[in-house]
Each structure stands twice: as structure tokens, then as C-alpha cells.
Ligand binder design. Structure first.
Ligand SMILES: [Zn+2]
Ligand SMILES: [Zn+2]
Ligand SMILES: [Zn+2]
Length: 273
């Protein structure tokens, strides 16, 4: 099974569109792995996790064949992870679409898609499955378990996912914050072959735990997964979902995380399990 990182930035992208900070200036100068699109993933060829404002660019740049994608799994409704407008082009008169696309997400995600496309699901050829934390469900060939994140508004059930197929389990943990006890307990029986963790605040707020993590709390999150047996010696842990406000470009993040045994994501990184 394969996972491709299509984007590795938080809300504004990196460099931020209008940002005048030194980190963004450096990213514009250096290019390469310092250019980060909004966070999303492709698993094998048929499952996308999140579909944000960079989806068009990502599909072209990384050869995502959207005609082979059967399912989109959304983590939560924030604008860097969900851009309903692009789904509205599935309508008759804009595109010729016969294939049904299955969309899975919490009530806020489905609500935003329905409100902002203002089009009945069947006219978009979408089927929508509402997800809840604590539950396990099928997404195409994948068995997916949802964990409650400590992220988003209290009314929204922001989700992190364990995805299991062919004897392998991937954890997608962007926008976790520091988990509530219920999620730690729910995760304890799992063993992740690959875990993707978030580090939105980078060096700006190293110990952040509310809504997002920083460099030190990301390592602490990994340590807690390890303590509970969720990570083995062969498990890979990759850090993702970075904000330019964190103040460290790719090489500085890599230098910080390498001694801790964590890898730093970049757009286009492909992992084969
Ligand atoms: Zn985000
Ligand atoms: Zn900036
Ligand atoms: Zn978010």
C-alpha cells in the first residue's frame, strides 16, 4: 500500500500568500521542500484524505487521477482541509460525470458541502456518509477507525483516523491537538506501521497542546503512542501540517526532529508499506 503526501502546510500554505515574515521570504528564495501546499494525502490510487484549496494544483503536480478516486475521507471542516466549491464542478453543465464519489466526514463537513454547493447529492453524484468519533466503518477496501481530536470548535467532532488494509495500519493524525483521554484509550490496542503527526506551531510554541502541537509536544505525542504500544521498532513516524508562523523551514525542522527519530514531511513524499 502507498501513501503520498500531497500537502504539508497548515491554513495559509507556505509561503503564506501575502505573508511578509522572514520564514516565508526564505521559503520563496529556497523553493523545493520549503514550498508546502495545504495538507492532504492520497492512499493507493483510490482514496483521498481531505480535499482543500490546493486540490487542483495537487492533482496536476502529483499525477492524482481523480477518475480513479472512489472515496474522500475528511478530517474536519476547516477551510484548509475542505473546499466544497471544487465539488460543485461535478454538476451537469460544468463536467461530464457518471461515476459516483463517496464522501465521508463529520456532520460539519457534510453540512458545509451541502450548503456551499447548494446542489442535491445525486446531482453531484456524491454519496455522503456521516462519521463519528469512536466508530469503525468501511471506506472502500479500508477499515477506518475515527478518534476524537482536540481541535476545532466544541460542537464539531474533528477526527483523526487509523486506516487498515492488507495487514497494515496507517494513522493520519493531522490537527490532533493533545488528545482527550478517551482517544488515548481507544488507540491503545492499535499498532501503527506508519503514523503521521502534526506540528502546526513548530518552534513558535514548542509545547503547545491546545488545538495543535509544537515541536516538543509532537515528540511527546509520539512518546505517548509508543508507551501505549501503538508504535513498534519498525514503525515510521512522519511529522506534517506545518505553519510558517512556526519559524523553521524544512532543513531546520529536519535537524530538530532527526535526533528524536521523526521524519519531516514534504509535498510529494511517497511512502510504500
Ligand atoms: Zn489544518
Ligand atoms: Zn510567513
Ligand atoms: Zn483545523
Amino acid at each position: 500500500m502507498k501513501l503520498k503526501i500531497l500537502g504539508s502546510a497548515a491554513a495559509e500554505g507556505w509561503p503564506g500568500l501575502f505573508c511578509e515574515c522572514a520564514t516565508c521570504a526564505e521559503a520563496r528564495r529556497l523553493g523545493g521542500r520549503n514550498i508546502r501546499r495545504r495538507t492532504a494525502y492520497l492512499l493507493d490510487e483510490s482514496l483521498l484524505v481531505d480535499f482543500g484549496p490546493d486540490a487542483y494544483w495537487q492533482s496536476v503536480e502529483f499525477g492524482v487521477d481523480l477518475l480513479k478516486v472512489d472515496d474522500i475521507l475528511f478530517t474536519h471542516s476547516h477551510a484548509d482541509h475542505l473546499n466544497p466549491l471544487e465539488l460543485s464542478w461535478r454538476r451537469k453543465g460544468y463536467s461530464q460525470v457518471e461515476r459516483t464519489l463517496r464522501v465521508h466526514g463529520n456532520a460539519h463537513v457534510l453540512g458545509r458541502i451541502r450548503r456551499e454547493t447548494a446542489t442535491p447529492d445525486e446531482k453531484l453524484r456524491l454519496t455522503m456518509q456521516e462519521l463519528h468519533s469512536g466508530a469503525t466503518f468501511a471506506v472502500g477496501p479500508w477499515t477506518v477507525t475515527a478518534f476524537a481530536a482536540q481541535h476545532a470548535s466544541p460542537e464539531e467532532d474533528a477526527l483523526n483516523y487509523a486506516l487498515h488494509k492488507d495487514g497494515r495500519t496507517i494513522f493520519v493524525g493531522n490537527d490532533t491537538g493533545w488528545w482527550p483521554d478517551s482517544s488515548w484509550e481507544q488507540a491503545t490496542p492499535f499498532r501503527f506501521d506508519l503514523a503521521i503527526l502534526e506540528c502546526t506551531y513548530g518552534m513558535l510554541n514548542p509545547d503547545a497542546r491546545s488545538h495543535h502541537l509544537g515541536v516538543a509536544s509532537t515528540v511527546a505525542f509520539r512518546d505517548e503512542l509508543r508507551r501505549r504500544g501503538c508504535l513498534g521498532d519498525a514503525s515510521r513516524v512522519i511529522v506534517n501540517h506545518f505553519s510558517h508562523n512556526g519559524g523553521a523551514n524544512h532543513d531546520a525542522l529536519r535537524e530538530w526532529f532527526a535526533p528524536h527519530g521523526l521524519e519531516v514531511a514534504y509535498d510529494g513524499l511517497e511512502i510504500e508499506l
